[in-house]
Design a protein around this ligand. Structure first.
Ligand code: NI
Length: 311
C-alpha cells in the first residue's frame, strides 16, 4: 500500500515538473520572438537619411535632433560609438541633447581610406588657438581657420601667425551673424569688415567664407561671390561643440577620418584642441595628409562646396 502511494506521489511530482518545464520553455520562446519583433519595429522606425555627405554612414543610424537648424543632425550608432546611440535615444526629448556628455573610448582605431584631408576650425581665434598652432607647427601640418572678425581684432598676432605658418585664414563673419536672417546690408558688412581685418593683418583677402551656423542660401552665396569668395561648408561635422569632450573628439577623428573630406571643428573649445592634438600623430602615422581647403579643392567666387549643400 505504502509503496503504491509513494509511486503515485512520484508520478505526480514528475508530471508537475514536466508541466512547469513546458511552461518555462513556452514563456522563453514567446519572450524571444517579442524582442525580435521590437527590434524590427525599432529599426524600421529609424530615419534612413545619413549624415550630410557621409556615404560611409551605416543605414540604420540613430539620429538625434540637436537644434533648430536642419544641418544639426548627428548620426550616432553603436557601431560608430558604443553606448552613445542608446544615450542619445534616451535623451531625445524633452531633455536637450546638447547636455549629453558622450564618452566612447576607442579600443581599436578604425582608420580607413587615408589621404589628403582638410581640418577646419571655426569661431576663433580664442584662448586655446595658440596651443593648437604650436601642435600644428610641431607636426608640420596645415589647416584652415574660419575666423570671426571680432576675434581677429582681439588676437591679431594669431591671425598673423596662421598666415606665416601656412594655414588658410577664411571669413566666418564679424560677429557670427546668421546671414540668411540678416538684412542685406548687414550681411554685406559682416563679410566685408572681416575680410578687411584679415587683409590688414595678413596682406591678402580671404577667398572662402563659411556662414555661421551653416545658415546658407542663394543670397549668401551671391554676396560671398560679389566679395570674391566661395562658400565652404563641410563634409563631416564632428559635433565637438555638442559633446565638449576630448575623448569624444579623439575617437571621432580616428573612426571617421576619410580622404578628401572637410571636417568641421571649433578651436574655441579646449576639448576640441586636446582631442585633435591627441589624434593628429595617429592620423599622420596612418597616412593622412592634412591640407588647407584651397589645397584640397580649387574654387571660384560664388561657388558652394561641398556641392550637396546647394540641393
Ligand atoms: Ni561658427
Amino acid at each position: 500500500m505504502k509503496s503504491k502511494k509513494l509511486q503515485r506521489r512520484l508520478a505526480l511530482f514528475v508530471a508537475i515538473a514536466i508541466v512547469l518545464s513546458l511552461f518555462v520553455a513556452v514563456t522563453l520562446i514567446l519572450a524571444m520572438s517579442g524582442c525580435q519583433k521590437a527590434d524590427a519595429q525599432h529599426l524600421s522606425a529609424l530615419p534612413a537619411s545619413p549624415a550630410p555627405g557621409d556615404d560611409q554612414e551605416p543605414a540604420a543610424a540613430d539620429l538625434i535632433n540637436l537644434g533648430e537648424s536642419q544641418i544639426q543632425w548627428v548620426a550616432l550608432t553603436d557601431a560608430v560609438c558604443p553606448g552613445v546611440a542608446s544615450m542619445a535615444a534616451s535623451a531625445k526629448s524633452p531633455s536637450p541633447a546638447k547636455k549629453i556628455k558622450a564618452k566612447c573610448h576607442l579600443v581599436n582605431p578604425l582608420i580607413s581610406n587615408p589621404g589628403r584631408i582638410a581640418f577646419t576650425f571655426d569661431d576663433g581665434p580664442g584662448r586655446h588657438t595658440e596651443r593648437l598652432l604650436d601642435a600644428l607647427k610641431s607636426f608640420n601640418v596645415r589647416v584652415t581657420f574660419f575666423v570671426q572678425g571680432r576675434a581677429a581684432e582681439r588676437y591679431p598676432h594669431l591671425i598673423q601667425r596662421m598666415q606665416e605658418e601656412g594655414h588658410q585664414v577664411a571669413n566666418h563673419t564679424y560677429s557670427h551673424v546668421f546671414l540668411t536672417k540678416a538684412d542685406p546690408l548687414i550681411r554685406e558688412q559682416q563679410l566685408l569688415e572681416t575680410s578687411d581685418i584679415i587683409e590688414n593683418l595678413t596682406g591678402s583677402r580671404p577667398t572662402i567664407m563659411r556662414p555661421p551656423g551653416g545658415h546658407r542660401g542663394e543670397e549668401v552665396y551671391a554676396e560671398a561671390g560679389r566679395q570674391g569668395m566661395a562658400t565652404v561648408l563641410w563634409d563631416i561635422d564632428t559635433a565637438d561643440w555638442v559633446y565638449k569632450d576630448a575623448g569624444y573628439v579623439y575617437d571621432f577623428l580616428l573612426r571617421r577620418a576619410r580622404a578628401g573630406k572637410i571636417f568641421l571643428m571649433h578651436d574655441i573649445h579646449p576639448t576640441t584642441v586636446d582631442g585633435f592634438i591627441q589624434a593628429l600623430p595617429l592620423l599622420l602615422d596612418h597616412g593622412f595628409v592634412p591640407v588647407t581647403v584651397d589645397e584640397l579643392i580649387q574654387l571660384q567666387p560664388g561657388d558652394v562646396y561641398p556641392a550637396f549643400w546647394r540641393r
